[in-house]
Design a protein around this ligand. Structure first.
Ligand code: HBI
Ligand code: FE
Length: 293
């Protein structure tokens, strides 16, 4: 079928919104851009990213051939955790996204950011989707969490609490931090595919870092246009998986009866706080202020 993507392009897609990756269509320049992005992040991330992410990068050999060939990559990943990567033009509708995850297929954007967008773009391209998300899919516990999220999404749509569940994805899969014996580390893909946020999320005094609390996090807004003002910290991937294996029924009841949305910078007395941020970055105007200077 033909669809118009969020970026306004008309493309022919399969019923599940996938396309053939057609790896041959990427130019030498595009492969080179992947290699440079890969190098830059991989030099930066030791000591910032969690060990499970670094291990996944190595085992899956994501630096082998420029932009990874999804078929060959999926064959390696499937042997480890049963996940495969499928190509999509860009964002797919929520119900389609959840159906892929629930069936252990990760949809990855079939384009790479332009040279002008090396440091920041809002749409998920192949660097964000594959470099950021795929290494942790090689970890059995995280792999189960992602499937559980897909199944939770299908249920949430029926209950009208999709907004709340999307926050769970945002604050864990995209922007999550994890405590380790060596200190706090990053596991969120939105951070790991960004040079500047990899440093900001762990080292800057500006953001709050609060311990993961499912209901509290589901009631908290997030920003899509700049660094987060609050990051949520887990102690282990088991903690995350356990929180999503419980019956979401009572949580959805509570969310339906109380539609409080806490602003992004909120810290409550009842929160378990790792550190209260100064919010200096956000108060100075964030990205816009930085670009103007
Ligand atoms: N589509 N390709 C793609 N990638 C995503 O991360 C994505 C999506 N569609 C919907 C979506 N994410 C989110 O809105 C859900 O987590 C709710
Ligand atoms: Fe993402």
């Amino acid at each position: 079928m033909e669809i118009v993507t969020r970026l306004g392009r008309k493309v022919e897609v399969n019923k599940d919104y996938t396309v053939d990756q057609n790896w041959e269509h990427f130019t030498a320049e595009e492969h080179d851009r992947w290699d440079r992005l890969y190098e830059r992040q991989s030099r930066l991330l030791p000591g910032l990213a969690c060990d499970e992410f670094i291990e996944g990068l190595d085992t899956l050999r994501l630096s082998e051939s420029g932009i990874p060939h999804f078929g060959r990559l999926s064959d390696r990943l499937e042997k480890l955790t049963g996940w495969r990567i499928v190509a999509v033009p860009d964002l797919v509708p929520d119900e389609v996204f959840f159906d892929h995850l629930a069936n252990r297929r990760f949809p990855a954007g079939n384009f790479i950011r332009s040279e002008a967008q090396l440091d920041y773009l809002q749409e998920p391209d192949v660097f964000h989707d594959v470099y950021g998300h795929v290494p942790l899919l090689a970890n059995p516990v995280f792999a189960d969490y992602m499937e559980a999220y897909g199944k939770g999404g299908q249920r949430a749509m029926g209950r009208g609490v999709l907004k709340n569940l999307a926050r769970l994805y945002w604050y864990t899969v995209e922007f999550g931090l994890i405590n380790t014996p060596d200190g706090m580390r990053i596991y969120g893909a939105g951070i790991l595919s960004s040079k500047s946020e990899s440093i900001f999320s762990l080292k800057d005094a500006s953001p709050n870092r609060i311990h993961f609390d499912l209901l509290r996090l589901m009631k908290t807004d997030y920003r899509i246009d700049d660094f987060q003002q609050t990051y949520w910290v887990i102690n282990s991937f088991e903690e995350l998986l356990e929180a999503t294996y419980q019956d979401f029924g009572p949580i959805y009841d509570e969310l339906e009866s109380d539609d409080t949305s806490y602003p992004v910078e909120t810290v409550l007395d009842s929160d378990t706080v790792h550190n209260v941020g100064t919010q200096a970055y956000a108060e100075a105007g964030g990205r816009l202020a930085k670009e103007a200077s």
